[in-house]
Design a protein around this ligand. Structure first.
Ligand SMILES: [Zn+2]
Length: 392
């Protein structure tokens, strides 16, 4: 895949820089004639003419005939409102990108299957390509985008932006995804753990609206949680708060990828659940978590049993967190959440056994309202919030 980023110092990079100057001038002054843009940017009339033609072709500006000091002139106006942001959701086998208007509305989206975990540099290049495809399809110039937010199924150090050692992407350990994307796209980029973003988005616009103490469990390839206490996300000192997948539940259980034994993830993580299925040569059973959930909903006894046991383990782990932070609501998301009551019922039962009466009395467990889009929407909101923060 050819890299689409302009190499600094080249003609393309210069053109892009000049486009940005024109857009900045329009952003601060509203409609301007081409002569006024030339004065504001110091660029020649011929350059302005070319840049305006390019921006008009990609739908960034509109041009109409007007008059200035009694002479015919061309009035140029920005079409896309300032505040356009991009969100990227990196999942183990898929990258999804969305263009948002800064108000929480998705203007366009693109998605591709990709082995993201294999290599961080290639994952980032693929995301840059997807971003360019998204912008091209939405006829939006990159210079109109103010920021990008990124969701990753990994712990991320808040101060350095580095990916932690135990994650769904072990090869990304020590990598700084926001920095790498920012260098290639020339945009401010912020990255955050996906379960944290899901928690924030569900608490803001989904099932946890108006609540201050919410736990979100993302049940997918791995098991992670976003914990909101008193309206604020709990990140911990190094960004690993909420890594409940590595809560030790069975000291004689399987050895986990983190090196400990019997972690929640070895009982409720997708690879382990799929491994528990009996394999018959003559029948093709579920190969993904989503297929296992479908089989369970369609009454496959093996899939039902495995999901029920995962629910019990998740209930025990959730009871421990509930005793610590006393949430009002536990929201479950990720592919496994699609099992609905097949998972929730055994989860509630084991929570009742392990939670203090006072912590449990008002506690509800529900499926997320935003479904698989929670992380992507959260990434868009993260981008918007970062722009507002830097404007302060
Ligand atoms: Zn573990």
């Amino acid at each position: 895949m050819a890299d689409v980023e302009a190499v600094p110092g080249t003609q393309a990079a210069l053109r892009r820089a000049n486009q940005r100057r024109v857009i900045e001038a329009l952003r601060s002054s509203g409609t301007l004639t081409q002569a006024e843009i030339a004065r504001a940017t110091g660029l020649s009339a011929a350059s302005i003419s070319n840049i305006v033609r390019d921006l008009r072709e990609c739908g960034t500006v509109s041009v109409r005939e007007t008059s200035s000091n009694g002479r015919r002139a061309r009035g140029v106006t920005l079409v896309r409102p300032p505040g356009t942001v991009i969100g990227i959701d990196f999942a183990p086998t898929r990258i999804t990108a969305a263009l948002g208007d800064g108000q929480g509305t998705v203007l366009a989206r693109e998605s591709i299957g990709y082995d993201v975990a294999a290599d961080p540099e290639r994952g980032v290049r693929r995301a840059v390509w997807l971003t360019e495809t998204l912008l091209g399809g939405a006829r939006t110039d990159r210079s109109m985008v103010t920021a990008m937010g990124v969701a990753l199924p990994t712990p991320i150090d808040v101060t350095t932006g580095e990916i932690g050692s135990v994650s769904c992407f072990p090869r990304w350990f020590g990598f700084r995804p926001a920095e790498a994307l920012s260098e290639r796209l020339g945009l401010p980029v912020v990255a955050e753990n996906d379960a944290n973003l899901c928690a924030l988005e569900e608490a803001r616009a989904g099932g946890g609206r108006g609540l201050e103490h919410v736990i979100y469990l993302r049940l997918s390839h791995g098991v992670g949680a976003g914990i909101i206490v008193a309206g604020r996300l709990l990140r911990g000192a190094g960004g690993t708060a909420g890594e409940i997948g590595h809560m030790g539940l069975d000291e004689r259980g399987q050895v986990c990828r983190c090196g400990n034994r019997g972690c929640l993830e070895t009982i409720a993580g997708a690879p382990y659940l799929l491994d528990m299925l009996p394999r018959h040569d003559d029948s093709a059973g579920p190969a993904t978590l989503a297929e296992m959930v479908d089989a369970a909903v369609a009454s496959d006894p093996g899939s039902r049993r495995i999901i029920a046991e995962a629910g019990s383990a998740l209930g025990r782990a959730t009871a421990l967190i509930a005793n610590l932070v006393n949430p009002e609501l536990v929201i479950i998301g990720g592919e496994l959440a699609g099992a609905g009551e097949l998972l929730l019922e055994p989860m509630r039962r084991s929570m009742e056994l392990g939670t203090l009466g006072s912590a449990l009395s008002d506690l509800k467990i529900v499926q997320g309202e935003l479904g698989e889009d929670a992380a992507l929407l959260g990434a868009l909101r993260l981008a918007t919030a970062s722009v507002e923060e830097s404007a302060r």
